[in-house]
Ligand binder design. Sequence first.
Ligand code: SF4
Ligand code: SF4
Length: 460
Amino acid sequence: MRFPLALTAKIAAHILKHKLLRTRRFALVLQLEPLHTCNLTCTGCGRIREYSTSLKDMMTLEDCLGAAVEAGAPMVSVCGGEPLIYPHIEELVAGLLRQGRIVYVCTNGVFMRRKLCEYLASIYTPALEPELTTLLRDNLISGRDAAAVRQGTTRSRPVIAPTKWLYWNVHVDGLEYTHDLAVEREGVFRECVAAIRLAKRLGFQVATNTTVYKETDMREIEQLFQYVSALGVDGHTISPGYDFDAAKRDMIQRLGKNPADFFLTREMTRKKFANILEWGDRFNIFGTRVYQEFLAGKRELTCTAWAIPTRNIRGWKAPCYLMTDTHYPTYRQMLDEVDWNRYGVVNGVARDPRCENCMVHCGYDPSGALGVNARQGDTWKNIKYNFGSRPKPNPEGLRVKAFNGVSIGKGHLAEAKAALGFAKPPARSAAPGGAGVAAAAQEAHEAHEAQGAALGGRQG
Ligand code: SF4
Ligand code: SF4
C-alpha cells in the first residue's frame, strides 16, 4: 500500500462519518503554524513575508493542541515557519499523537539531524555502539553528536520518536543547485539528504515536499524522485507554485523580479504536470488520482480550501493557506462566515481573480478525495491508487548526480544584493554534512533561543 493501512482506514472512516452525517464542510488536514520564524528565506515563501511583523510570536502549546481538537481533522501538518524552531515541538507532536492524529512535521531539514540525535540519546545503551560506529562512518553524525548521544538524555521532555503515525516531510525543490538557489542558501540540500538518510536509518517515515515553479525543470524533479526514493523516502507531495499576493509582492520589492517570470499560470501547470499520472505509477506520490488528473489538465475541480484549514498565531486563516482576507477566532466561524462561492475557478472562470492560476494541493487535493465534481469510477480510481502496491524504489536512482553544484553567488539573494551594491558574501564550506549550513543553522538557532528566552512569558 502507498500509505499504511491504519492511516488510510482512519482517513476513509473520517470521510465516511461526515458523509453519513451529511456534514457540508469539514477538515481533512489541519495546517498548523505554531510560529512563522524561519532560519531560511526561500524565494516564493509567502509566510515569512506576510507575517513579517509577527515573526517573534508563537502559539502556545495549549492553543496548538486545542486547534487540532477544534478542526477534528485526522491529519495535522505542522508547518510554519520552521516548526523545529518551535520550543514545544516535541510536546506538540506527542500531544497530537495522543489525540490519535496522523502527524506530518514539515521541515526545511536544517535542524532535523539535531532532533534525530536527541531521539538517539533518549534510547542510548552501549548496545547502540555498533550503530553509532556506522553512522559516524557514513558521516550521518559527527563525533560531537556521538559523544552527546552517549551521554544519554537528562531531559524529562519527550523526543520525536518513530511511529507509523508520524512522517517527517522535508522540503526539497530540486537537486543541489536548484534547491539551494530556491532556499537562498548553500548547503541546505546536502543537509536535507543527510537528515533523510539518518531518519531512514533510525526507522522514521519520511516524505518530501516539492513546489514546482516556472523555472523548474520537470526532468530534474523526476531525477529528484528517483534519487530520494532510492534513499528510502516513503512518499512525495508535489504542488504547483503560483503568484499569491505575499510572494508576489516580495518578488517585486525585495528581488526586483517579475512574478510572471517565476510563478506558473494554469496552462503552464498543466504542461509541467502532463506526466504526473505516469509518475504516480513509478513513484509514491501522495494524494488522489483525481487531483493528479486535474493537474494534468484532464478534468476540472472546484476548490475545497475549507478542507485543509490553516491555523496560526492570528487565528483561522481565510479563505485558504495561500490567500488571506481575514483571520477568524474559530474554525466554525470561518466555515459559517466565509462565502465559499466567491473562491476557486469554475468551468474555467475565476470567481476571484487571485484564484485564477491556483491549482495547489491545499485547495484541490481534498476535492478529489471528497468526490466534488465526481465522475463515474472516481472512487474506484482513488481506492485502486491508494490501496494498490507501493512502487518499488529503483536502486539506479542512487546514480543520479544529485550534488550537481552549489549556487553561491548565483542565487536570487546574491543578485538582489549585487543590484543594491552589497559585496558578495564569503563562500561557506559545502562539505558533506553541510558544515556551512550547519554553522548558519547554529547561528539562527542560538539567536532563536535568545529570542525564545525573551518570549518565555508569552509562550504558555
Ligand atoms: S523553509 Fe519554509 S517557512 Fe522557511 S522560508 Fe522556506 S518555505 Fe518559508
Ligand atoms: S483556488 Fe482555493 S486554494 Fe487557490 S487561492 Fe483560491 S481559494 Fe485559495
